[in-house]
Design a binder for this molecule. Sequence first.
Ligand code: ASP
Length: 314
Amino acid sequence: MQNNSQHSDGLVVILATGGTIAGSGDDVGYTAGQVGVADLVAAVPALAGRALEAEQVAQVDSKDMSHAIWRTLAERLVHHLARPEVAGIVVTHGTDTLEETAYFLHRVLGPAKPVVLTAAMRPVTSLQSDGPQNLLDAVTIAAHLDVRGVLAVLQGRVHGPVDVRKALPFALDAFSSGEAGPVALIQEGQLRALRPWPAGTPLGMSAIGTDPAAWPRVDIVVSHAGADGVVVDALVAAGARGLVVEGTGNGTVHASLLAALARAQATGVRVLRATRCAGAAVVGAPAGALPSAGELSPAKARIELLLEILTSAA
Ligand code: ASP
């Protein structure tokens, strides 16, 4: 475990995409993605005097996040990360799909500088507004000399891109890294690392091409009591190139659904087996089992499969 507070004077770029952190209204009946990034920064007095640049990349409720926005965001990140004066980047995002964007950016960019996603569970107009503190923490981490990789910070916990997930739909402390735990804590502006920063071999922008509309169709199906193969057969007919099955328990799959997945595999569709148990990995691979998604949630396994298909086609 290490304690440190090494802030650089380097520039932090804030890329805004919308979400509740930019929302307006009451705690439940608000509209996400209303407030521009300049106003988000202005709402945090402690950011006055910091070297910041801000750019509005999108303005969406993250339930509506799209492949096209991911592509644009990745492109803007590549642009700013290449600037020597930039210490790190903050991405403001909605909480609903933050974990997917984090994993996508981790796999495609795997940056050597910090890219810190943050969000809020309450709009800026709420009495319980959590966005300003989360934004301040994110900027502090993005300016930190020792940090690298894609991270997410909410409620003082710094999560890695593989494990982070929204675990609760309404509570302020909604995010978890499941069994793995957070990679660091940030308390009173002091960063305390608990585990190594995220590393891996990024695929690079060439892996995703220039046209997200050309990305292969990859879907998620769920195994449950009474499941059958109707959805799988329909998805294959609709052109799915990959399917993630959200299995029960340790990635087990209803026999009728399994039969349909085997039919899909026989036509060249790639399949990955994840678990619907939140925050846990599929352990082991019994003989004859479908390929395992391991520690990836079904939503992240979908991204992994999409990237796998894209890169194997290249
Ligand atoms: N629906 C919102 C979003 O994901 C929720 C939030 O940001 O908390 O954009």
